[in-house]
Design a binder for this molecule. Sequence first.
Ligand SMILES: [Zn+2]
Length: 395
Amino acid sequence: MVYFFGGIMIKTENPKKLYEKLELAKRQLKNAKSREERIALSNYIYCLLYSIKIVSNEENDPILKDIYGNYKNITLFNKKIDGHLDKVLRNFVISKDFHKDFFEKMFRKTTKRIKFLEEDEYSGITTLSEGDFYNIFFEFMSKLGLSKYFDKFVKDHRIYNTNVQFDINTFGYTLFNPISKDSDIFIEGLEYDIFSMYVLAHEFGHVYDLNHFNNNIADYNKYVYESFNGESISKTFERLFIDFLLENNILKDETKDQLFDMINYNYEYIVSSYIISLLPDILLIDGSYQDLSRTKIYKLVERNFKEKNSIRKFINKSCNFDVSETFTYSYGDIYSIFLKEMVKNNDYKLDVLEEIFEYRNSLFKEDMLNKFNITPDNYVKLYEKDIDILKKKTN
Ligand SMILES: [Zn+2]
């Protein structure tokens, strides 16, 4: 069945609507009722200015003074953000023994299994027509009961292509106005292929997640700055999308390549998490571990590893040492493997995700994992299914 109507472009490359959103957000900032609202809006405006810059290929960086009005506001904003980060690090140190034990098991169990992946040549990437791209993605979103979301995003021109390279391993992001709940998606080098579709699935996870926020802006800020849960739903959408393609025999080899990349990318976060959890409290609590050389970090942790060469290489090249980012992605991956099963067992209805919404804005607590029966052993049981799909590739 063809759902695609000619004449509508999926990709947007004109920043006009973003300028309108900027005017609205500036008014909202002026009328903000609380400091929490000002923090959330300031962050939104900052990201919006960045988005305008990259969509319109402008050279100049956003000027902070223009956003927050005056120097005093910038200082207050930064102070508030530092306060959140401080809390994250303190909380991290409190649960560090748990993280260390958890990620040591995760590391050992996944290392043993990831070796079975056959590193085949990648298949080529098929460029689809815009109509096919639309139809495949529409079908996926319909399965989740979200086809209207997707349709609205296309019709409202909220899916942007940017030609700027983001950070390593980041291929897209979602811009969300927490007051008006308006969102836009940005994808690096959007082409009509599986790769951009996979990024789009991830970003729609963020849209779904953020749209289910209540109106408490303080909770929203905690979610953004303090919790490790911010990638759980988006990564669940990635996994659901891969399963959808495999089950429907769409772009099968390319989907397996995507799964292969996803497993390797998640594995890097598991290893990084384990390494960070081995660092001494005193260096973590004030963030001074960030100033250590990679050689020094290797010396601090190497006695925990048998395969010293590969760990040394990993620390020098790929390790991510940002506590918030690393643990948000690694726990996001861990949650997602369980949440995906829950959604599928619930006939693809997403209401099961509401269980995580109840506490998603909290600092890390072990109980959160117990709620979904998340342990390294249970993770690996599900992980093996993915490894098996790729093992069979050459048989
Ligand atoms: Zn994300």
